[in-house]
Design a protein around this ligand. Sequence first.
Ligand SMILES: *Cc1c(COP(=O)(O)O)cnc(C)c1O
Length: 375
Amino acid sequence: MEFIPVNEPLLNGNEKKYLCECIDTGWISSEGPFVKEFEQKMSESVGRKYGIAVSNGTAALEVAVQALEIGAGDEVIMPAFTIISCAMAVTKRGGIPVLVDSDPVTWNMDVKEIEGKITDKTKAIMVVHIYGLPVDMDPVVALARKYNLKIIEDAAEMHGQTYKGKPCGNFGDVSTFSFYPNKHVTTGEGGMVVTNDEDLAERCRMIRNLCFQRDVRYVHEEISDNYRFTNLQAAVGLAQLERLDEFVERKREMGRFYTEQLQEVKGIRLPLSSTEYANNIYWVYGIVLEDAIRVDNRMCQKMFTEEGIGTRTFFWCIHEQPVYQKVGLFEEECHPKAEYLARRGFYIPSGLALTKKQMVTVVEKVRKVIKQIAN
Ligand SMILES: *Cc1c(COP(=O)(O)O)cnc(C)c1O
């Protein structure tokens, strides 16, 4: 039986050609012409002035938090339902993530909850666009203005997506991307910070590189890490970026096909195809098990594995992470809608290399497995 992986990237454009150029010219470290070109093209594609490429999407968040000088005791409002990277970037610097529950329909943070969480310690709102639909940004931007807060926008899953016609990655004081192989643009590992603020961009460049200073090298006023991004990664990224429109179209087609084929299946909730401000880009195609189904997403995932279908469960909530509970963070906190998604949601194969034939098989297996557990 052929196993259909949950994600397989598509690398059949100019990736090999540009990589060979790196090898032939000897530019393989973080020095090299492709890095600058990739930073420029990527930031331009989301309408930002500066792009600072870093080693991965988690690093991009860490650099963003440090660049904004978020530190001990500072509060950052973010969704409870997101990847650990978001919280980690804040807690690593002694800051405190303040969590907001999810909107059960879009799976994004419920922006109506944000204002009630703002205190005099709040420094920033970290918005994370989840799985395919952007966060409703207008109210977030209004709150940030009203209370003088920074916005960190995690757009890791949103390459090519827009909010009311404006590119995701355009909304943060600092916005971040990941180029992990399951993202729409991959460089193997990689990430980027984008901004319009020249001083912030300069700070990000310094933080990326051990906080070396411009003028007096080897003398440090601050410490960070080595978050550098290589010319080899940039070579792959440039080739990927050339095909972004095609990739986005492919993702949307996948989403349309799955929805069309699965909408009659009882007991599951499918992703919303659009809101008033965006059409779903289906970074992943998520499915949420309704109450009528008695097994949880982990059990469900096992059944799919036995059927030869790769799936992933949804994120586990930040407030339920054992590592934070052990140190007494988020005690007694409850975000029921996020917890529901974490226990009931999973996503099915939707990588760019997925074929129509494989999708037909996935649909067949989803129908079969859900039928088995629906009664
Ligand atoms: C993938 C992802 C990240 C982390 O990116 P890495 O490159 O894996 O470190 C951060 N935030 C979101 C929302 C992501 O989807």
